[in-house]
Ligand binder design. Structure first.
Ligand code: NAP
Length: 243
């Protein structure tokens, strides 16, 4: 059975991705940091439908906790076939109002967390000469967002990292791709007012917010053999926003 680690899978895009990967036959490690109950709910949903999932608490901003998680997966299930580096936090604020701690938290979680999880997953994949790494960036990593400059920097960094790592790992049968969601209806946007959301929907050619399923569909496709000659790619899942 193929094993997938989905970081930040307690809620939103990660939880939906975990559910859809389990439907494709993956044993899924549902990673979370704070939302233990939500992670357990996602696992219960998967396991009650005949899939296989376990929840695992690890703060992706801490490389040691990532290593403990990946070591646990290799020890218990033998290998890691797929990493979806999805966990992320937002922070809406003028750069000049951000503290050193705010900046460190965003970079450590949204960028270093992705890099470290990809590194630890790749160690197992290299032994098997196969694997798949999918990173989750954002349209703001492609164009930049006012009041989200550090988040945009982290998400832009993920794109460069994905392209570089795809070149490094391709000869070993490991693909590395990225999804760049637009405005998706999840908790991360709870800080936006309805008029903020309407303004963004107005700029979206498909005239709606995306759903977690829209993004999960793209991730599951990139994880599948249907995309077997695609690596180093950034797939925008943004309703046609100009980027
Ligand atoms: P969400 O509903 O807020 O979910 C965020 C997930 O990340 C949660 O499961 C959360 O788990 C986890 N997480 C946060 N910090 C973590 C940490 N330190 N360690 C481990 N897990 C952590 O948001 P979402 O929209 O699904 O976001 C998923 C990804 O999509 C993020 O990378 C986000 O930047 C990206 N994205 C979202 C949108 C959008 O409009 N929704 C657009 C572009 C990109 P806990 O609650 O357990 O901490």
């Amino acid at each position: 059975m193929k094993t997938a680690i989905v970081s930040g899978a307690s809620r939103g895009i990660g939880a939906q991705t975990a559910i859809q990967l389990a439907e494709k036959g993956y044993l899924v490690i549902v990673n979370y940091c704070h939302s233990q109950k939500d992670a357990q709910n996602a696992c219960d949903r998967i396991n009650s439908r005949g899939g296989m999932a376990i929840s695992y608490k690890a703060d992706v901003s801490d490389p040691l906790q990532i290593k403990e998680m990946t070591d646990f997966v290799v020890r218990t299930y033998g290998k890691i076939d797929l990493v979806v580096a999805n966990a992320g936090v937002g922070h809406n604020c003028l750069l000049t109002d951000m503290t050193d701690g705010d900046i460190k938290r965003i970079i450590d979680t949204d960028l270093t967390g992705v890099i470290t999880l990809a590194r630890e997953g790749a160690k197992s994949m290299l032994k098997n000469h196969s694997g798949n790494i999918i990173t989750v960036s954002s349209m703001w990593g492609q164009v930049g967002a006012s009041c989200e400059s550090v988040y945009s920097a982290a998400k832009g960094g993920i794109i460069a990292f994905t392209k570089a790592l795809a070149k490094e790992l391709g000869a070993n049968g490991i693909r590395v791709n990225c999804v760049a969601p637009g405005l998706i209806d999840t908790d991360i946007n709870n800080n936006l007012t309805s008029s903020d959301k309407l303004a963004l929907v107005d700029e979206t050619p498909l005239c709606r917010m995306g759903t977690a399923q829209d993004v999960a569909n793209a991730i599951v496709w990139l994880a599948s053999d249907e995309s077997s000659f695609i690596t180093g790619h950034v797939l925008s899942v943004n309703g046609g926003m100009t980027i």
